[in-house]
Design a protein around this ligand. Structure first.
Ligand code: DAT
Length: 186
């Protein structure tokens, strides 16, 4: 049984997953006593462990080998020290075992002009910007998460439009972590 919860921060590219994860980690390390949360960037894992089968030029993205990726994720979160405390950052929850994760946070940026600017600033091609904006409008990531984690309260959607949202969301997630620890104290 892990002593810290595992959390997925998910959502359409550009909603603020990486920024929010970094803020959560910063709050965790500066809290007293500090809380040993660890960032698991699935983007990095895909690249460093080569969990892909090449590059899709049209969509400007690596073609992810989901089976291989999930084997690597499992190694990290189950075969490690088993203590939990992973803050996982990925644009999808597909393939993740429900038992690996205690909380799924879906960040939302339904202000399409804001998301448009963030994705364009990354140099994404028009079709990739459009595809991601459509996914955000239709709530694709959110629907997928709700299908996987049906227990009440395991999936939360948080607005990530303004800079203050990052602070507020990170604070809220930290509060949730602290109460999870309290509830699971032996
Ligand atoms: P993701 O990891 O979901 O792809 P990110 O954290 O890399 O997104 O953020 C993309 C860019 O948008 C980055 O320059 C930070 C900015 N950003 C994200 N969420 C924001 C928010 N709520 N307020 C202001 N800027 C935000």
């Amino acid at each position: 049984m892990r002593s810290l919860p595992n959390i997925i921060i998910t959502g359409t590219p550009g909603v603020g997953k990486t920024t929010t994860a970094a803020q959560i980690l910063s709050l965790a390390s500066s809290s007293s006593p500090s809380i040993n949360l660890k960032h698991l960037s699935i983007n990095d894992l895909v690249k460093t462990r080569e969990c892909h089968s090449g590059y899709d030029e049209e969509l400007q993205t690596l073609i992810v080998d989901e089976d291989k990726l999930m084997d690597e994720v499992e190694k990290e979160i189950e075969d490690g020290d088993g203590e939990g405390g992973w803050v996982i950052d990925w644009h999808s929850t597909a393939g993740f075992a429900v038992r690996w994760v205690d909380l799924v946070v879906v960040l939302r940026c339904e202000e399409t002009n804001v998301l448009f600017d963030r994705l364009s600033a990354r140099g994404y091609k028009d079709n990739k910007v459009q595809e991601n904006m459509d996914a955000e409008i239709f709530g694709v990531v959110s629907e997928e998460a709700k299908e996987g984690w049906e227990e009440e309260g395991q999936v939360v959607e948080l607005k990530s439009v303004e800079a203050e949202d990052i602070e507020e969301n990170a604070e809220r997630i930290m509060q949730w972590v602290k109460s999870w620890v309290k509830d699971h104290a032996t």
